[in-house]
Design a protein around this ligand. Structure first.
Ligand code: NAG
Ligand code: NAG
Ligand code: NAG
Ligand code: NAG
Ligand code: NAG
Ligand code: NAG
Length: 484
Protein backbone atom coordinates (compact mmCIF):
# COMPACT_ATOMS: atom_id res chain seq x y z
CA UNK A 1 0.00 0.00 0.00
CA UNK A 2 2.85 2.35 0.86
CA UNK A 3 4.43 1.68 -2.51
CA UNK A 4 1.18 2.30 -4.23
CA UNK A 5 0.82 5.65 -2.50
CA UNK A 6 4.36 6.57 -3.46
CA UNK A 7 3.79 5.75 -7.07
CA UNK A 8 0.52 7.61 -6.99
CA UNK A 9 2.21 10.76 -5.69
CA UNK A 10 4.93 10.44 -8.30
CA UNK A 11 2.31 10.26 -10.93
CA UNK A 12 0.53 13.29 -9.54
CA UNK A 13 3.81 15.05 -10.11
CA UNK A 14 4.17 13.90 -13.68
CA UNK A 15 0.46 14.72 -14.16
CA UNK A 16 1.32 18.30 -13.38
CA UNK A 17 3.65 18.36 -16.35
CA UNK A 18 1.06 17.29 -18.88
CA UNK A 19 -0.98 20.48 -18.96
CA UNK A 20 0.50 23.47 -20.76
CA UNK A 21 -2.42 25.84 -21.20
CA UNK A 22 -3.90 28.47 -18.94
CA UNK A 23 -4.86 27.12 -15.54
CA UNK A 24 -7.93 28.24 -13.69
CA UNK A 25 -10.90 26.55 -15.35
CA UNK A 26 -13.85 25.37 -13.29
CA UNK A 27 -16.56 22.82 -14.03
CA UNK A 28 -19.55 20.95 -12.65
CA UNK A 29 -19.21 17.21 -12.11
CA UNK A 30 -22.66 15.62 -12.04
CA UNK A 31 -23.31 11.97 -11.25
CA UNK A 32 -26.80 11.33 -12.57
CA UNK A 33 -25.61 8.64 -14.91
CA UNK A 34 -26.27 4.90 -15.21
CA UNK A 35 -22.52 4.41 -15.70
CA UNK A 36 -20.56 7.22 -14.07
CA UNK A 37 -16.92 7.24 -15.19
CA UNK A 38 -14.60 6.00 -12.43
CA UNK A 39 -13.76 9.02 -10.23
CA UNK A 40 -9.97 8.75 -10.65
CA UNK A 41 -10.35 8.90 -14.42
CA UNK A 42 -12.53 12.00 -14.06
CA UNK A 43 -10.05 13.73 -11.77
CA UNK A 44 -7.25 12.98 -14.23
CA UNK A 45 -9.44 14.29 -17.06
CA UNK A 46 -9.94 17.57 -15.18
CA UNK A 47 -6.25 17.97 -14.42
CA UNK A 48 -5.23 17.17 -17.99
CA UNK A 49 -7.47 19.99 -19.19
CA UNK A 50 -6.55 22.65 -16.65
CA UNK A 51 -9.64 22.48 -14.44
CA UNK A 52 -8.57 23.43 -10.93
CA UNK A 53 -12.03 24.01 -9.46
CA UNK A 54 -14.98 21.64 -9.41
CA UNK A 55 -18.55 21.80 -8.16
CA UNK A 56 -20.31 18.66 -6.97
CA UNK A 57 -24.08 18.43 -6.54
CA UNK A 58 -23.73 16.16 -3.54
CA UNK A 59 -21.02 15.02 -1.15
CA UNK A 60 -20.40 11.87 -3.14
CA UNK A 61 -17.80 9.72 -1.33
CA UNK A 62 -16.26 8.32 -4.55
CA UNK A 63 -15.79 11.75 -6.10
CA UNK A 64 -14.49 13.32 -2.87
CA UNK A 65 -12.01 10.52 -2.22
CA UNK A 66 -10.64 10.85 -5.74
CA UNK A 67 -10.31 14.63 -5.33
CA UNK A 68 -8.12 14.23 -2.24
CA UNK A 69 -4.66 15.78 -2.70
CA UNK A 70 -5.46 16.53 -6.34
CA UNK A 71 -4.85 20.28 -6.11
CA UNK A 72 -8.44 20.84 -7.27
CA UNK A 73 -10.63 23.18 -5.19
CA UNK A 74 -14.05 21.75 -4.41
CA UNK A 75 -17.52 23.21 -3.98
CA UNK A 76 -19.69 20.57 -2.30
CA UNK A 77 -23.41 20.78 -2.98
CA UNK A 78 -26.31 19.90 -0.72
CA UNK A 79 -29.44 18.70 -2.56
CA UNK A 80 -32.73 20.50 -1.89
CA UNK A 81 -34.14 17.42 -0.12
CA UNK A 82 -31.80 18.15 2.77
CA UNK A 83 -32.94 21.75 3.29
CA UNK A 84 -35.87 21.05 5.62
CA UNK A 85 -33.83 18.86 7.97
CA UNK A 86 -30.90 21.27 7.94
CA UNK A 87 -33.20 24.20 8.62
CA UNK A 88 -34.89 22.57 11.58
CA UNK A 89 -31.86 21.14 13.34
CA UNK A 90 -28.50 22.71 14.15
CA UNK A 91 -27.36 19.29 15.33
CA UNK A 92 -28.10 17.80 11.92
CA UNK A 93 -26.24 20.63 10.20
CA UNK A 94 -23.26 19.97 12.48
CA UNK A 95 -23.28 16.27 11.74
CA UNK A 96 -23.64 16.99 8.02
CA UNK A 97 -20.60 19.24 8.08
CA UNK A 98 -18.69 16.76 10.23
CA UNK A 99 -19.35 13.80 7.96
CA UNK A 100 -19.32 15.47 4.56
CA UNK A 101 -16.86 18.35 4.92
CA UNK A 102 -14.53 18.09 7.95
CA UNK A 103 -14.02 14.37 7.39
CA UNK A 104 -12.85 14.77 3.79
CA UNK A 105 -10.63 17.75 4.56
CA UNK A 106 -8.90 16.06 7.50
CA UNK A 107 -8.81 12.45 6.36
CA UNK A 108 -8.53 12.68 2.59
CA UNK A 109 -6.86 15.99 1.91
CA UNK A 110 -9.82 17.32 -0.09
CA UNK A 111 -9.50 21.07 -0.68
CA UNK A 112 -13.14 22.02 0.05
CA UNK A 113 -13.63 25.78 -0.33
CA UNK A 114 -17.40 26.13 -0.63
CA UNK A 115 -20.56 24.44 0.52
CA UNK A 116 -23.45 25.07 -1.87
CA UNK A 117 -26.65 24.93 0.15
CA UNK A 118 -29.48 23.70 -2.07
CA UNK A 119 -29.61 23.87 -5.85
CA UNK A 120 -31.71 26.61 -7.46
CA UNK A 121 -34.14 26.37 -4.51
CA UNK A 122 -36.13 29.49 -5.51
CA UNK A 123 -36.80 28.34 -9.07
CA UNK A 124 -40.28 29.53 -9.98
CA UNK A 125 -41.35 26.03 -11.01
CA UNK A 126 -40.81 24.81 -7.42
CA UNK A 127 -43.82 26.91 -6.37
CA UNK A 128 -42.12 28.18 -3.23
CA UNK A 129 -41.43 24.70 -1.81
CA UNK A 130 -38.02 25.73 -0.41
CA UNK A 131 -38.73 29.38 0.45
CA UNK A 132 -39.01 28.79 4.20
CA UNK A 133 -36.12 26.37 4.63
CA UNK A 134 -33.25 27.60 2.45
CA UNK A 135 -32.10 30.59 4.50
CA UNK A 136 -32.29 28.81 7.91
CA UNK A 137 -30.40 25.86 6.37
CA UNK A 138 -27.74 28.28 5.11
CA UNK A 139 -27.43 29.83 8.57
CA UNK A 140 -27.16 26.44 10.29
CA UNK A 141 -24.49 25.22 7.87
CA UNK A 142 -22.54 28.46 8.39
CA UNK A 143 -22.76 28.01 12.18
CA UNK A 144 -21.67 24.39 11.84
CA UNK A 145 -18.67 25.38 9.71
CA UNK A 146 -17.59 27.93 12.30
CA UNK A 147 -18.01 25.36 15.08
CA UNK A 148 -15.88 22.92 13.07
CA UNK A 149 -13.14 25.56 12.84
CA UNK A 150 -13.69 25.95 9.08
CA UNK A 151 -15.25 29.42 9.10
CA UNK A 152 -12.37 31.01 7.21
CA UNK A 153 -11.48 28.15 4.89
CA UNK A 154 -14.94 27.10 3.71
CA UNK A 155 -17.54 29.59 2.49
CA UNK A 156 -21.26 28.97 2.15
CA UNK A 157 -23.29 29.96 -0.89
CA UNK A 158 -26.61 29.14 -2.59
CA UNK A 159 -26.56 28.37 -6.33
CA UNK A 160 -29.51 30.36 -7.62
CA UNK A 161 -31.22 30.30 -10.96
CA UNK A 162 -31.07 33.60 -12.82
CA UNK A 163 -34.84 33.81 -12.35
CA UNK A 164 -34.27 35.25 -8.84
CA UNK A 165 -33.74 38.61 -10.53
CA UNK A 166 -35.52 40.48 -13.28
CA UNK A 167 -35.68 43.82 -14.95
CA UNK A 168 -38.91 45.74 -15.35
CA UNK A 169 -37.37 47.91 -18.06
CA UNK A 170 -35.97 44.88 -19.88
CA UNK A 171 -32.53 46.46 -19.61
CA UNK A 172 -29.70 45.28 -17.33
CA UNK A 173 -29.69 48.64 -15.51
CA UNK A 174 -33.28 47.93 -14.40
CA UNK A 175 -32.21 44.78 -12.56
CA UNK A 176 -33.61 43.95 -9.14
CA UNK A 177 -34.53 40.84 -7.21
CA UNK A 178 -37.84 39.18 -8.06
CA UNK A 179 -40.56 40.96 -6.12
CA UNK A 180 -41.98 37.84 -4.38
CA UNK A 181 -38.56 37.02 -2.88
CA UNK A 182 -37.00 40.47 -2.76
CA UNK A 183 -36.74 40.75 1.03
CA UNK A 184 -35.58 37.16 1.41
CA UNK A 185 -32.86 37.71 -1.20
CA UNK A 186 -31.67 40.85 0.59
CA UNK A 187 -31.49 38.95 3.90
CA UNK A 188 -29.48 36.19 2.23
CA UNK A 189 -27.13 38.60 0.45
CA UNK A 190 -26.58 40.47 3.73
CA UNK A 191 -25.81 37.20 5.50
CA UNK A 192 -23.38 36.07 2.79
CA UNK A 193 -21.73 39.49 2.87
CA UNK A 194 -21.31 39.33 6.66
CA UNK A 195 -19.60 35.99 6.30
CA UNK A 196 -17.34 36.90 3.40
CA UNK A 197 -19.22 34.45 1.19
CA UNK A 198 -20.11 34.76 -2.50
CA UNK A 199 -23.45 34.79 -4.32
CA UNK A 200 -23.77 32.05 -6.93
CA UNK A 201 -25.94 32.30 -10.01
CA UNK A 202 -26.58 29.95 -12.94
CA UNK A 203 -26.96 31.66 -16.32
CA UNK A 204 -28.24 29.80 -19.35
CA UNK A 205 -28.28 31.56 -22.73
CA UNK A 206 -29.28 28.21 -24.26
CA UNK A 207 -32.48 28.09 -22.19
CA UNK A 208 -33.27 31.69 -23.19
CA UNK A 209 -33.08 30.58 -26.81
CA UNK A 210 -34.86 27.26 -26.23
CA UNK A 211 -37.82 28.76 -24.38
CA UNK A 212 -38.44 31.76 -26.62
CA UNK A 213 -39.05 31.19 -30.33
CA UNK A 214 -38.48 34.91 -30.96
CA UNK A 215 -35.13 35.04 -29.19
CA UNK A 216 -32.43 36.37 -31.55
CA UNK A 217 -30.11 33.39 -32.06
CA UNK A 218 -26.90 35.42 -32.47
CA UNK A 219 -27.51 37.18 -29.15
CA UNK A 220 -27.07 33.82 -27.36
CA UNK A 221 -23.44 33.63 -28.50
CA UNK A 222 -20.37 35.67 -27.70
CA UNK A 223 -18.63 36.34 -30.98
CA UNK A 224 -21.27 38.47 -32.56
CA UNK A 225 -21.80 42.14 -33.14
CA UNK A 226 -25.13 41.88 -34.93
CA UNK A 227 -27.68 42.00 -32.15
CA UNK A 228 -27.25 44.64 -29.53
CA UNK A 229 -29.05 46.04 -26.55
CA UNK A 230 -28.31 49.65 -25.78
CA UNK A 231 -28.58 50.47 -22.10
CA UNK A 232 -27.61 54.07 -21.52
CA UNK A 233 -23.94 54.35 -22.46
CA UNK A 234 -23.49 50.56 -22.50
CA UNK A 235 -23.95 48.32 -25.52
CA UNK A 236 -24.57 44.61 -25.00
CA UNK A 237 -23.80 42.09 -27.73
CA UNK A 238 -24.60 38.89 -25.83
CA UNK A 239 -27.25 37.78 -23.36
CA UNK A 240 -24.73 36.33 -20.92
CA UNK A 241 -23.26 39.74 -20.15
CA UNK A 242 -26.66 41.42 -20.12
CA UNK A 243 -28.03 38.79 -17.74
CA UNK A 244 -25.01 38.93 -15.43
CA UNK A 245 -25.14 42.72 -15.35
CA UNK A 246 -28.83 42.58 -14.44
CA UNK A 247 -27.71 40.82 -11.25
CA UNK A 248 -24.90 43.32 -10.72
CA UNK A 249 -27.46 46.14 -11.02
CA UNK A 250 -29.69 44.40 -8.47
CA UNK A 251 -26.75 44.16 -6.07
CA UNK A 252 -25.66 47.78 -6.71
CA UNK A 253 -29.20 49.02 -6.17
CA UNK A 254 -29.46 47.32 -2.79
CA UNK A 255 -26.09 48.44 -1.50
CA UNK A 256 -23.96 45.39 -2.27
CA UNK A 257 -21.89 46.60 -5.17
CA UNK A 258 -18.80 44.70 -4.06
CA UNK A 259 -20.55 41.40 -3.35
CA UNK A 260 -18.46 38.62 -4.95
CA UNK A 261 -20.38 36.61 -7.57
CA UNK A 262 -19.73 33.11 -8.89
CA UNK A 263 -21.35 31.79 -12.08
CA UNK A 264 -22.23 28.32 -10.83
CA UNK A 265 -23.40 26.86 -14.14
CA UNK A 266 -23.21 27.90 -17.76
CA UNK A 267 -22.86 25.82 -20.89
CA UNK A 268 -24.49 24.51 -24.06
CA UNK A 269 -25.87 21.03 -24.77
CA UNK A 270 -25.00 19.05 -27.90
CA UNK A 271 -28.18 17.06 -28.45
CA UNK A 272 -31.88 16.82 -27.71
CA UNK A 273 -33.03 20.00 -29.48
CA UNK A 274 -32.52 21.69 -32.82
CA UNK A 275 -30.35 24.40 -31.20
CA UNK A 276 -28.48 21.80 -29.18
CA UNK A 277 -25.77 20.53 -31.50
CA UNK A 278 -22.02 20.20 -31.72
CA UNK A 279 -21.49 23.37 -33.78
CA UNK A 280 -23.48 25.62 -31.43
CA UNK A 281 -21.97 24.09 -28.28
CA UNK A 282 -18.46 24.52 -29.66
CA UNK A 283 -19.17 28.09 -30.64
CA UNK A 284 -20.68 29.00 -27.28
CA UNK A 285 -18.16 27.23 -25.09
CA UNK A 286 -15.16 28.47 -27.08
CA UNK A 287 -16.48 32.01 -26.75
CA UNK A 288 -16.96 31.48 -23.04
CA UNK A 289 -13.48 29.96 -22.61
CA UNK A 290 -11.90 32.83 -24.50
CA UNK A 291 -13.49 35.25 -22.03
CA UNK A 292 -12.31 33.21 -19.05
CA UNK A 293 -8.78 32.90 -20.42
CA UNK A 294 -8.59 36.62 -21.14
CA UNK A 295 -10.00 37.41 -17.68
CA UNK A 296 -12.76 39.46 -19.26
CA UNK A 297 -15.31 41.15 -17.03
CA UNK A 298 -18.63 42.74 -18.01
CA UNK A 299 -19.54 46.40 -18.59
CA UNK A 300 -20.84 46.74 -15.03
CA UNK A 301 -18.13 44.72 -13.32
CA UNK A 302 -14.62 44.56 -14.67
CA UNK A 303 -13.46 41.82 -12.27
CA UNK A 304 -14.39 38.51 -13.91
CA UNK A 305 -16.34 35.98 -11.84
CA UNK A 306 -15.28 32.37 -11.37
CA UNK A 307 -17.25 30.51 -14.01
CA UNK A 308 -18.13 26.82 -13.57
CA UNK A 309 -18.86 25.15 -16.90
CA UNK A 310 -21.86 22.89 -17.06
CA UNK A 311 -20.99 20.24 -17.40
CA UNK A 312 -17.98 18.08 -17.67
CA UNK A 313 -19.60 14.79 -18.75
CA UNK A 314 -23.02 13.79 -20.12
CA UNK A 315 -25.46 12.32 -17.60
CA UNK A 316 -27.90 9.79 -19.07
CA UNK A 317 -30.14 9.70 -16.00
CA UNK A 318 -30.95 13.39 -15.61
CA UNK A 319 -34.63 14.25 -15.60
CA UNK A 320 -35.77 15.30 -19.07
CA UNK A 321 -38.72 17.23 -17.67
CA UNK A 322 -37.05 20.53 -18.78
CA UNK A 323 -36.22 19.00 -22.19
CA UNK A 324 -34.36 16.18 -23.96
CA UNK A 325 -31.20 18.30 -24.02
CA UNK A 326 -30.72 17.77 -20.26
CA UNK A 327 -28.71 14.59 -20.81
CA UNK A 328 -26.26 16.22 -23.22
CA UNK A 329 -24.63 19.15 -21.42
CA UNK A 330 -21.19 17.55 -21.24
CA UNK A 331 -18.07 18.91 -22.87
CA UNK A 332 -17.34 15.20 -22.98
CA UNK A 333 -19.54 12.23 -23.84
CA UNK A 334 -20.57 9.74 -21.12
CA UNK A 335 -17.22 7.96 -21.53
CA UNK A 336 -15.03 11.06 -21.30
CA UNK A 337 -14.37 11.12 -25.04
CA UNK A 338 -14.22 14.43 -26.90
CA UNK A 339 -17.32 15.79 -28.63
CA UNK A 340 -15.59 18.74 -30.29
CA UNK A 341 -12.24 20.45 -30.10
CA UNK A 342 -11.71 23.42 -27.81
CA UNK A 343 -8.74 25.75 -27.45
CA UNK A 344 -8.02 25.91 -23.74
CA UNK A 345 -5.68 28.84 -24.15
CA UNK A 346 -2.12 29.01 -25.40
CA UNK A 347 -3.13 26.66 -28.23
CA UNK A 348 -3.72 23.83 -25.77
CA UNK A 349 -6.30 21.40 -27.09
CA UNK A 350 -8.89 19.55 -25.07
CA UNK A 351 -7.85 15.95 -24.28
CA UNK A 352 -10.16 13.03 -23.61
CA UNK A 353 -10.29 10.60 -20.69
CA UNK A 354 -7.56 8.02 -20.46
CA UNK A 355 -7.74 4.41 -19.33
CA UNK A 356 -11.46 3.95 -20.00
CA UNK A 357 -12.51 0.30 -20.38
CA UNK A 358 -15.32 -0.63 -22.75
CA UNK A 359 -17.59 -3.62 -23.14
CA UNK A 360 -17.23 -5.73 -26.32
CA UNK A 361 -17.63 -3.97 -29.64
CA UNK A 362 -21.10 -5.31 -30.31
CA UNK A 363 -24.49 -3.74 -30.74
CA UNK A 364 -28.11 -4.82 -30.45
CA UNK A 365 -30.19 -4.04 -33.54
CA UNK A 366 -33.58 -4.89 -34.96
CA UNK A 367 -33.46 -8.31 -36.58
CA UNK A 368 -33.44 -8.15 -40.41
CA UNK A 369 -36.09 -10.88 -40.29
CA UNK A 370 -38.44 -8.93 -38.04
CA UNK A 371 -41.27 -6.99 -39.62
CA UNK A 372 -41.68 -3.30 -39.03
CA UNK A 373 -45.38 -4.06 -38.57
CA UNK A 374 -44.82 -6.55 -35.77
CA UNK A 375 -47.39 -5.71 -33.06
CA UNK A 376 -44.92 -6.25 -30.20
CA UNK A 377 -42.55 -3.55 -31.48
CA UNK A 378 -44.30 -0.67 -29.74
CA UNK A 379 -44.07 -2.28 -26.31
CA UNK A 380 -40.47 -3.28 -26.91
CA UNK A 381 -39.43 0.26 -27.86
CA UNK A 382 -41.33 1.76 -24.92
CA UNK A 383 -39.67 -0.70 -22.61
CA UNK A 384 -36.19 0.02 -24.00
CA UNK A 385 -36.63 3.78 -23.82
CA UNK A 386 -38.05 3.66 -20.30
CA UNK A 387 -34.84 2.16 -18.94
CA UNK A 388 -32.35 3.67 -21.38
CA UNK A 389 -31.74 7.11 -22.85
CA UNK A 390 -33.42 7.59 -26.24
CA UNK A 391 -33.25 11.41 -26.24
CA UNK A 392 -31.01 11.46 -29.33
CA UNK A 393 -33.96 10.16 -31.41
CA UNK A 394 -36.17 13.20 -30.90
CA UNK A 395 -36.93 15.96 -33.38
CA UNK A 396 -33.85 18.00 -34.31
CA UNK A 397 -31.52 15.58 -32.49
CA UNK A 398 -28.44 13.66 -33.61
CA UNK A 399 -30.34 10.49 -34.55
CA UNK A 400 -33.57 12.00 -35.87
CA UNK A 401 -32.59 11.20 -39.46
CA UNK A 402 -32.68 7.43 -38.91
CA UNK A 403 -35.30 5.45 -40.81
CA UNK A 404 -37.83 3.46 -38.79
CA UNK A 405 -35.72 0.29 -38.67
CA UNK A 406 -32.56 2.06 -37.51
CA UNK A 407 -34.62 4.14 -35.11
CA UNK A 408 -35.80 0.92 -33.46
CA UNK A 409 -32.27 -0.48 -33.52
CA UNK A 410 -31.06 2.63 -31.72
CA UNK A 411 -33.56 2.12 -28.92
CA UNK A 412 -32.73 -1.58 -28.63
CA UNK A 413 -29.01 -0.83 -28.52
CA UNK A 414 -29.30 1.86 -25.88
CA UNK A 415 -31.13 -0.62 -23.67
CA UNK A 416 -28.62 -3.39 -24.38
CA UNK A 417 -25.64 -1.15 -23.56
CA UNK A 418 -27.29 0.40 -20.50
CA UNK A 419 -27.84 -3.16 -19.26
CA UNK A 420 -24.11 -3.82 -19.73
CA UNK A 421 -24.72 -6.09 -22.75
CA UNK A 422 -26.18 -8.51 -20.25
CA UNK A 423 -27.40 -11.85 -21.53
CA UNK A 424 -31.07 -11.55 -22.42
CA UNK A 425 -30.87 -7.76 -22.80
CA UNK A 426 -31.07 -8.12 -26.58
CA UNK A 427 -34.11 -10.36 -26.91
CA UNK A 428 -37.07 -8.14 -27.56
CA UNK A 429 -39.62 -10.86 -28.38
CA UNK A 430 -37.16 -12.24 -30.97
CA UNK A 431 -37.21 -8.91 -32.82
CA UNK A 432 -33.52 -8.16 -32.17
CA UNK A 433 -30.08 -9.59 -32.89
CA UNK A 434 -26.52 -8.80 -31.88
CA UNK A 435 -24.13 -7.49 -34.52
CA UNK A 436 -20.40 -6.72 -34.68
CA UNK A 437 -20.87 -4.07 -37.35
CA UNK A 438 -21.11 -0.56 -35.92
CA UNK A 439 -24.54 0.78 -36.99
CA UNK A 440 -23.53 4.44 -36.37
CA UNK A 441 -24.28 6.82 -39.24
CA UNK A 442 -23.69 10.53 -39.81
CA UNK A 443 -24.22 12.38 -36.52
CA UNK A 444 -25.85 9.35 -34.87
CA UNK A 445 -23.53 7.38 -32.61
CA UNK A 446 -24.50 3.88 -31.54
CA UNK A 447 -22.79 3.60 -28.18
CA UNK A 448 -20.78 0.82 -26.67
CA UNK A 449 -21.08 1.15 -22.89
CA UNK A 450 -18.10 1.57 -20.61
CA UNK A 451 -17.12 -1.48 -18.59
CA UNK A 452 -17.41 -0.86 -14.88
CA UNK A 453 -16.27 -4.37 -14.09
CA UNK A 454 -19.62 -6.07 -13.57
CA UNK A 455 -23.25 -5.92 -14.47
CA UNK A 456 -24.19 -3.50 -11.72
CA UNK A 457 -27.68 -2.91 -10.48
CA UNK A 458 -28.20 0.83 -10.05
CA UNK A 459 -27.80 0.65 -6.26
CA UNK A 460 -24.65 -1.46 -6.23
CA UNK A 461 -22.96 0.45 -9.05
CA UNK A 462 -21.34 3.01 -6.81
CA UNK A 463 -20.06 0.54 -4.22
CA UNK A 464 -18.65 -1.59 -6.99
CA UNK A 465 -16.95 1.46 -8.38
CA UNK A 466 -15.24 2.19 -5.07
CA UNK A 467 -13.78 -1.29 -4.94
CA UNK A 468 -12.51 -0.70 -8.48
CA UNK A 469 -10.57 2.36 -7.41
CA UNK A 470 -7.41 0.46 -6.41
CA UNK A 471 -7.46 -1.51 -9.64
CA UNK A 472 -7.93 1.56 -11.79
CA UNK A 473 -5.19 3.35 -9.89
CA UNK A 474 -2.77 0.60 -10.79
CA UNK A 475 -3.90 0.70 -14.41
CA UNK A 476 -3.47 4.47 -14.48
CA UNK A 477 -0.02 4.17 -12.95
CA UNK A 478 1.08 1.71 -15.57
CA UNK A 479 -0.20 3.91 -18.36
CA UNK A 480 1.09 7.21 -17.00
CA UNK A 481 4.46 5.98 -15.82
CA UNK A 482 5.08 4.23 -19.10
CA UNK A 483 4.46 7.45 -20.93
CA UNK A 484 6.75 9.61 -18.84
C1 NAG B 1 1.60 29.77 -22.23
O1 NAG B 1 2.54 28.72 -22.09
C2 NAG B 1 3.83 29.14 -21.76
C3 NAG B 1 4.76 27.95 -21.81
O2 NAG B 1 4.10 26.78 -21.41
C4 NAG B 1 3.79 29.81 -20.39
O3 NAG B 1 5.07 30.27 -20.02
C5 NAG B 1 2.83 31.01 -20.46
O4 NAG B 1 2.69 31.58 -19.18
C6 NAG B 1 1.47 30.55 -20.94
N1 NAG B 1 0.61 31.70 -21.15
C7 NAG B 1 -0.49 31.89 -20.47
C8 NAG B 1 -1.28 33.09 -20.82
O5 NAG B 1 -0.85 31.11 -19.59
C1 NAG C 1 -23.74 13.69 4.94
O1 NAG C 1 -23.97 13.61 6.35
C2 NAG C 1 -25.24 13.17 6.80
C3 NAG C 1 -25.17 12.95 8.29
O2 NAG C 1 -25.27 14.11 8.98
C4 NAG C 1 -25.69 11.93 6.11
O3 NAG C 1 -27.02 11.63 6.48
C5 NAG C 1 -25.56 12.09 4.61
O4 NAG C 1 -26.01 10.96 3.96
C6 NAG C 1 -24.12 12.41 4.26
N1 NAG C 1 -23.89 12.36 2.81
C7 NAG C 1 -24.33 13.21 1.88
C8 NAG C 1 -24.00 12.86 0.47
O5 NAG C 1 -24.93 14.22 2.13
C1 NAG D 1 -46.29 23.78 -9.21
O1 NAG D 1 -47.59 24.15 -9.55
C2 NAG D 1 -48.00 23.76 -10.83
C3 NAG D 1 -49.35 24.35 -11.13
O2 NAG D 1 -50.17 24.32 -9.99
C4 NAG D 1 -47.99 22.22 -10.90
O3 NAG D 1 -48.35 21.78 -12.17
C5 NAG D 1 -46.59 21.73 -10.56
O4 NAG D 1 -46.59 20.31 -10.51
C6 NAG D 1 -46.12 22.28 -9.24
N1 NAG D 1 -44.73 21.91 -9.06
C7 NAG D 1 -44.22 21.52 -7.89
C8 NAG D 1 -42.78 21.17 -7.88
O5 NAG D 1 -44.89 21.43 -6.89
C1 NAG E 1 -18.40 33.07 -34.60
O1 NAG E 1 -18.55 31.68 -34.59
C2 NAG E 1 -19.13 31.15 -35.77
C3 NAG E 1 -19.36 29.67 -35.55
O2 NAG E 1 -18.20 29.05 -35.05
C4 NAG E 1 -18.24 31.43 -36.94
O3 NAG E 1 -18.82 30.94 -38.11
C5 NAG E 1 -18.05 32.94 -37.06
O4 NAG E 1 -17.13 33.22 -38.08
C6 NAG E 1 -17.54 33.52 -35.75
N1 NAG E 1 -17.54 34.97 -35.83
C7 NAG E 1 -16.58 35.74 -35.33
C8 NAG E 1 -16.80 37.20 -35.46
O5 NAG E 1 -15.58 35.28 -34.81
C1 NAG F 1 -37.98 7.38 -33.85
O1 NAG F 1 -38.18 7.32 -32.45
C2 NAG F 1 -38.61 8.48 -31.82
C3 NAG F 1 -38.69 8.24 -30.34
O2 NAG F 1 -39.00 6.94 -30.04
C4 NAG F 1 -39.92 8.94 -32.43
O3 NAG F 1 -40.34 10.14 -31.80
C5 NAG F 1 -39.74 9.14 -33.90
O4 NAG F 1 -40.95 9.51 -34.49
C6 NAG F 1 -39.21 7.89 -34.56
N1 NAG F 1 -38.93 8.12 -35.96
C7 NAG F 1 -39.17 7.22 -36.93
C8 NAG F 1 -38.81 7.58 -38.31
O5 NAG F 1 -39.63 6.13 -36.69
C1 NAG G 1 -38.58 -16.68 -29.97
O1 NAG G 1 -38.20 -17.69 -30.90
C2 NAG G 1 -38.15 -18.99 -30.35
C3 NAG G 1 -37.55 -19.92 -31.40
O2 NAG G 1 -38.05 -19.62 -32.66
C4 NAG G 1 -39.50 -19.39 -29.86
O3 NAG G 1 -39.46 -20.68 -29.29
C5 NAG G 1 -39.99 -18.38 -28.83
O4 NAG G 1 -41.32 -18.68 -28.44
C6 NAG G 1 -39.95 -16.98 -29.38
N1 NAG G 1 -40.24 -16.04 -28.31
C7 NAG G 1 -41.09 -15.02 -28.44
C8 NAG G 1 -41.28 -14.15 -27.22
O5 NAG G 1 -41.65 -14.77 -29.47
Amino acid sequence: MVHLLWLFMLCLLCDGLTYKGVLGLACNWGLQATHPLPPNIVVKLMKDNGFDKVKLFEADPGALNALGNSGIEVMVGIPNDFLASLASSVTFAESWVQQNVSYYISNHGVDIRHVAVGNEPFLKTYNGTFLQTTFPALQNIQAALIKAGLGQQVKVTIPLNADVYQSDSGLPSGGNFRSDIHDLMISIVKFLDNNGAPLTVNIYPFISLYSDPNFPVEYAFFNTTSTQIVDGTITYTNVFEANYDTLISALDKNGYSSMPVIVGEVGWPTDGDSHANIANAKRFNQGLLDRIIEGQGTPKRSTPPDIYLFGLIDEDQKSIQPGNFERHWGIFYYDGSIKYSLDLGNGTALVGAKGVKYLSRQWCIMSPEASILDPSLVNSINYACTYADCTSLGYGSSCSMLDARNNISYAFNMYYQTMDQRQGACSFSNLSVITNVDPSQDTCRFEVMIDLGSTPSPSSARRKQNSMVALILVALLLVICNVY
